[in-house]
Design a protein around this ligand. Structure first.
Ligand SMILES: *[C@@H]1O[C@H](CO)[C@@H](O)[C@H](O)[C@H]1NC(C)=O
Ligand SMILES: *[C@@H]1O[C@H](CO)[C@@H](O)[C@H](O)[C@H]1NC(C)=O
Ligand SMILES: [Zn+2]
Length: 987
């Protein structure tokens, strides 16, 4: 053992119970009988029916999260989570046999804060005895199609940490539980496995898939959720619940239901015990034909149920008593109160070999014309705001660490990262970033993010003051996308600090709205930087309206060091003529050192893209179209809505056959401005040093005066020979292959040729052939497809006139700031490469788009001794490494996640193990102790054990040791994320 390793182990004796390198077992003490140990006895010779009392509490949907908590606005929907928890805790005390599971920590946290010491003790006892069990336990039950893995890991960490801090080991959920999300992502399964869950249950999958699985008794399986991580790291036992998450028909005893209670007094009217028992035995035996063991699960609850838990428990008590009484007469059915983990334990004991699944559960259809593929794009502005907020939160977390305690309280006031952490966690809910909530609830999510952002901005200002030595006020211009920033519009001299959250140096182009005609821009070392002034386009002025008055934009390239900042100074130079107006008409091409794009002189549309380094060219025609949203027809009454995408024709309508164009070309950037009509425009943009082409699209207000709902796409038509295949990422991480009109695990009967081929993507979608790959990297989650070979289409925006009957009760028609319909602007980055080199381009590109630099502006002169350049790292990390998390955990420790951001086979250069030395990581912080944790940081890695499951792959799963060279040097394998708690000292 190296000397440094010995030191580490010694330090860690003080830090947590386990010593590095020693088995954890020797530290176990008498634990309360929670978890698997508290499971009720079952009967091996009988069919055991596990009744799982549960409530499904949406963290916002028809009402805001707080309205749901309090039971406010019951006129919209009768639902009050505080009463549910009050009532359940009462009812659990009545009988030790009763069980309840609770899932959404956002609500439990709100409730716990308000409880007396006495109630808290009662609840703690219930948890310690396994009578109240936390399942899943994230802040919310995240959406799986439209969330980014970084935010999902954060929201799970937040929820699970609260449970561990509050209840210790008995608060740690063993089972992941996504009973409502509308399709299931492979990356979610991979994350759940790495978080230490033993199993996963869900309710929704394609109706054809479910039919096949019911027929083949294949409702439960082993999901192998990564092609890169060595099994069983990303293996997750996965079960499909029989009735979604509802009770079997006739057995809903909530106050929200109207099924008959058990009327068991023979002296009274309508005695129904025999009838109910018979009906229940039928339901149980029928369900048992679909599953492989002598255990089945019944979810006894639904949305916001158990507000008056007595109704449920009183009837279930009787059900159990009367059904089990039949055993003396030969019945072989045994009913019991149970939990998903107790059910899972029985499946594990059955010691069967399960089928192995390697693809995912998208798209989800619940009938032939009912594909839930619209929400991949619904509310594109909220989806983008959520993504930007994630970037800000990571920066806020990093600067809280780098700036030390002064970042929370400093010259700019009191700031914190907690508010944005909670707002982001709420926004991951499956009716939040998914876009399937009511409009007022969407507004509430955005408001929470914006309040969180304000708290973070104070923290960031304090930290930057500390690190730079300049206390001058800082301004954050959040509307640069529509050329608005009061400070730059009115100042002749200011400075711009660019903070880079990535672990490598990046260069980025900055555009600032202003009114002068020529400026001097200098970098931190005082060197002049090439800058250009371009006029603000009419398209931008039309969106901005009277919210700003800049006539020009200053464009220049900035560079910022790893995990650090650079400060640039900008000052107005007088007496310069205004910038040249854009040239009317279309250029033949735009070109820099790396790329060339050509335009069709007749239509103004893109016509080709060339990579000048690899000498590749593809034909590339790009245009905007809309699908006419179905309002229902003779085949099906299904309309397009917030969830469902159903075009009434497979042929989309072009917004325009040609674009009116203008051109701007200078030494920093070349742009073609394309106008496709009054509500669609685009800028085709090529920066001087860029290897990708930027398409900045603007769509809206989508006109609906013709009473036609419209779903707007952009389509890229190429001559790439893609043979029906295209590729989409899963939650921003591993990529899955998609084949048109095909599903890997069942014979698909395709009933919706467009909607049934749509898949979610979070950061990239691509097509390829042997020679070339066209990758589109996006700035937010969207739906996309390849309907023809060589073609990629991306849905950008939707405005609909009908509700789609999935409960939200509103047509998706966002009003926007002027109530005329929402205008949305976004960016797609295009790269053309040989397939073998594609990941080397799109992985870093996606990383740069997800974690964008933060600009802060200062009007006052910088202090002469101010630090203009700073890096929090000693050196850039290798390109394969992504610094996923740097976040203050408690006073002396920091949570660190290092990620290998390449898949096992996708890059010749980067798909290799890579080693990082933790002690050589930070420039201003000394790492004095380290301990590895599970992915959600609620368990020490060396204490993490999971149930092992046998899959029908024939191979034996191997446990791969991490093989670290020393305690401080950690090795990352492709797609691996490693989570550490570091004990830190400021140098
Ligand atoms: C879990 O919480 C307990 C206190 O309840 C604490 O001692 C322990 O260190 C925590 N575990 C982790 C992994 O944070
Ligand atoms: C599980 O099944 C295997 C055969 O597949 C057998 O070798 C093993 O002993 C069984 N384990 C238990 C605990 O029954
Ligand atoms: Zn839900």
């Amino acid at each position: 053992m190296a000397a440094s390793a010995l030191t580490a182990a010694a330090v860690f004796l003080l830090f947590h119970g386990g010593v590095l390198g020693f088995p954890a077992g020797q530290f176990t003490r008498d634990e309360p009988a929670c978890g698997y140990k508290s499971c009720p006895a079952t009967k091996p010779s009988m069919l055991n029916v596990h009744l799982v009392p549960h409530t499904h509490d949406d963290v916002g949907w028809l009402k805001t999260v707080d309205q749901y908590y309090y039971g406010d606005r019951n006129d919209i929907q009768h639902a009050g989570v505080q009463y549910i928890l009050d009532s359940v805790v009462q009812q659990l005390q009545e009988d030790p046999a009763r069980r309840f599971i609770y899932v959404e920590t956002a609500f439990f946290y709100r409730w716990w804060k308000q409880q007396s010491a006495k109630t808290r003790q009662v609840v703690t006892n219930l948890v310690n005895e396994g009578r109240l069990e936390f399942i899943n336990g994230g802040w919310c039950m995240s959406d799986e199609a439209t969330t980014h893995y970084s935010a999902v890991i954060d929201q799970m960490t937040l929820g699970l940490r609260f449970l561990n801090d509050t209840f210790g080991a008995c608060g740690r959920p063993r089972v992941a539980w996504h009973i409502d999300p509308f399709g299931h992502a492979r990356e979610h399964a991979s994350m759940f496995a790495q978080m230490g869950y033993d199993g996963f249950f869900f309710g929704r999958l394609d109706y054809q898939d479910k039919g096949r699985r019911m027929k083949d008794k294949d409702m439960e399986m082993l999901w192998r959720a990564s092609e890169s991580l060595a099994p069983p790291t990303a293996d997750l036992f996965t079960g499909v619940l029989p009735n979604g998450y509802n009770p079997p028909e006739g057995f809903c005893w909530d106050q929200l239901c109207s099924d008959a209670p058990i009327r068991d007094d023979p002296d009274l009217e309508d005695y129904n015990v025999e009838e109910i028992v018979k009906k229940f035995l039928n339901a149980a035996n029928e369900q048992a034909t679909l599953y492989r063991t002598n255990h089945i699960i019944m979810t006894m609850g639904s949305d916001f149920q158990y507000e008056n838990a007595n109704l449920w428990y009183k009837n279930m008590d009787k059900l159990i008593r009367y059904v089990n009484a039949q055993q003396s007469k030969g019945s072989k059915v045994n009913v019991l109160y149970s939990t998903p983990s107790c059910y899972l334990q029985e499946l594990h004991r059955a010691n069967l070999t399960w089928s192995v699944k390697t693809d995912d559960f998208f798209p989800y259809a619940d009938d032939a014309h009912d594909f839930w593929t619209g929400y991949f794009t619904s509310r594109p502005a909220l989806k983008h705001y959520e993504r930007l907020s994630n970037s800000l939160l990571q920066i806020c977390n990093q600067l809280e660490v780098l700036g030390g305690s002064e970042s929370r309280r400093g010259p700019h006031g009191e700031g914190d990262s907690d508010t944005l952490k909670r707002a982001m966690a709420v926004a991951q809910h499956h009716d939040a970033v998914s876009g399937t909530e009511k409009q007022h609830v969407a507004n509430d999510y955005a408001k929470r993010l914006s309040i969180g952002a304000a708290h973070c901005q104070v923290l960031v200002s304090n930290a930057l003051s500390k690190l730079s030595g300049s206390d001058a006020p800082r301004v954050y211009c959040e509307n640069l996308n529509i050329s608005m920033c009061p400070l730059t519009e009115s100042s002749s001299k200011f400075s711009v600090t660019v903070y880079n959250p990535l672990s490598r140096s990046v260069s980025w182009s900055v555009r600032l709205p202003l009114n002068g005609t020529r400026y001097s821009v200098t970098d931190p070392s005082g060197r002049e930087v090439d800058s250009q002034v371009v006029p603000v386009s009419q398209a931008t002025r039309d969106i901005r309206k009277d919210r700003g008055y800049a006539v020009n934009e200053l464009v220049f390239q900035v560079q910022a060091p790893p995990l650090g900042f650079s400060t640039y100074s900008v000052s107005l130079l007088n007496d310069h003529p205004p910038p040249a107006s854009p040239n009317p008409g279309v250029p033949l091409y735009l070109q820099n050192k790396f790329l060339k794009v050509t335009f069709d002189p007749d239509t103004g549309l893109l016509s080709s893209l060339s990579n000048l380094e690899t000498k590749q060219t593809v034909q590339l025609k790009q245009n905007f179209f809309w699908y006419n949203a179905s309002v229902g027809n003779a085949e099906s009454s299904q309309a397009s809505g917030a969830y469902i995408f159903r075009p009434n024709s497979s042929t989309p309508v072009p917004v325009s056959l040609n674009a009116k164009t203008q051109t701007v070309q200078n030494s920093v950037v070349q742009e073609v401005w394309q106008q496709f009509g009054p509500w669609v425009s685009q800028v085709v943009r090529l920066y001087q040093d860029s290897r990708n082409l930027e398409l900045e699209w603007t769509v809206g207000p989508i006109p609906v005066g013709d009473y036609v709902g419209k779903e707007v796409i952009t389509r890229l038509d190429t001559n790439i020979n893609s043979s029906g295949l295209f590729y989409t990422d899963s939650n921003g991480r591993e990529v899955l292959e998609r084949r048109r009109d095909f599903r890997p695990t069942w014979v698909l009967k395709q009933t919706e040729p467009i909607a049934g081929n749509y898949y979610p993507f979070n950061s990239r979608i691509y097509i390829k052939d042997k020679e070339q790959q066209l990758t589109v990297v996006t700035d937010r989650s969207q739906g996309g497809s390849s309907i023809q070979d060589g073609s990629l289409e991306i849905m950008l925006h939707r405005r609909l006139l009908m509700d789609d009957y999935r409960g939200v009760g509103e047509p998706l028609s966002e009003p926007g700031e002027y109530a005329k319909g929402l205008v949305v602007r976004g960016r797609l980055l295009l790269a053309l490469t040989p397939p073998a080199a594609a990941a080397d381009t799109h992985r870093p590109l996606a990383e740069e788009l997800v974690l964008q630099p933060l600009l802060s502006l200062q009007a006052e002169d910088m202090h002469p001794n101010a630090v203009l350049e700073f890096s929090g790292l000693q050196a850039a990390l290798p390109p394969a490494v992504h610094l996923l998390t740097v976040s203050q955990w408690d006073r002396d420790s920091v949570l660190l996640r290092l990620e290998h951001q390449f898949e096992a086979k996708e890059s010749q250069t980067h798909s290799q193990p890579v080693t990082v030395n933790l002690q050589k990581l930070f420039s201003t912080l000394e790492v004095v102790g380290v301990s590895e944790m599970s992915l959600a940081a609620n368990q020490w890695k060396d204490e993490m054990t999971r149930m092992d499951w046998k899959g029908n792959t024939g191979e034996k799963p191997l446990k791969r040791g991490t093989g670290d060279p020393s305690v401080w040097e950690v090795t990352l394998n492709p797609m691996e994320i490693r989570t550490f708690l570091l004990r830190m000292r400021h140098r």
